[in-house]
Design a protein around this ligand. Structure first.
Ligand code: ATP
Ligand SMILES: Cc1cn([C@H]2C[C@H](O)[C@@H](COP(=O)(O)O)O2)c(=O)[nH]c1=O
Length: 206
């Protein structure tokens, strides 16, 4: 099975992914954990380009969208598809939804273009569940007591469009589960596990 985690920066993705991967292992499964962009040599180079502050490198929003897409195409072919083929559970820190929301809804590129290129990158490798960790921008900001990367520096208005974008996408895609990330770490984990348990049981019985 394939699970992805997404949401605005600071909502607690890393914390929940670690807990979730451990829970999946405790159920007796082998887990392949990856991040988008990243987790391949090409993807990690692209990640560096996209997230590092470098005044000598300007990145237009369309170039940004395509760089994220290229990293993901490589991730699918080098990591995700092979792991699913081996029968492993794949857990990805972000995936196509982030492209649609960051570069489409918040970056204001035409959504139909982002979706169309996105379909090329994933080549039918779709998550069984997409967890969107949702909380107010102000509360997430308070959790981000660390140095911000290039994407995280885009201001409150951009971040508000991100949150709205995630919530909008969730209304039309039944694979997306919006989780109230303002709850305690344990409660957020329990909500995530409840959904995964049901999906895994359903998968085992078909
Ligand atoms: N439910 C929670 N309640 C209170 N604090 C939390 C909760 N979840 C995470 N935190 C804290 O908030 C901070 C940010 O968490 P984390 O690094 O998991 O989120 P993130 O910034 O979304 O992740 P990423 O680095 O993948 O973008 C950390 O200090 C973490 O301990
Ligand atoms: C996949 C993807 C990601 N982003 C943004 C979202 C984050 O700000 C960074 C990734 O870093 P994190 O460790 O996952 O927080 O990149 C994006 O803008 N578009 C994408 O497709």
């Amino acid at each position: 099975m394939f699970f992805t985690f997404d949401g605005i920066d600071g909502a607690g993705k890393s914390t929940q992914i670690d807990l979730f991967c451990q829970w999946v292992r405790d159920q007796g499964h082998t887990v392949t954990q990856c991040r988008d962009p990243g987790s391949t040599p090409l993807g990690e180079r692209i990640r560096d380009l996209l997230l590092t502050h470098d005044t000598n490198v300007s990145i237009h929003r369309r170039s940004e969208m395509l760089l994220y897409m290229a990293a993901r195409a490589q991730l699918v072919e080098e990591v995700i598809r092979p792991a699913l083929g081996r029968g492993e559970v794949v857990v990805s820190d972000r995936y196509l939804l982030a492209n649609i929301v960051y570069q489409g809804h918040a970056g204001q590129l035409p959504l139909e273009q982002v979706r169309a290129v996105g379909e090329i990158t994933i080549d039918d490798v779709r998550p069984d569940a997409v967890y969107v960790l949702d909380m107010s921008v102000e509360a997430a900001d308070q959790r981000m007591a660390r140095e911000r990367d290039r994407m995280e520096e885009q201001g409150a208005e951009f971040r508000r469009r991100l949150r709205d974008g995630y919530l909008t996408e969730a209304t039309s895609d039944s694979a997306i589960h919006v989780i109230d990330a303002s709850q305690s770490i344990e409660k957020v984990h329990a909500s995530i596990v409840a959904i995964a348990s049901e999906l895994m049981q359903r998968g085992a019985s078909t």
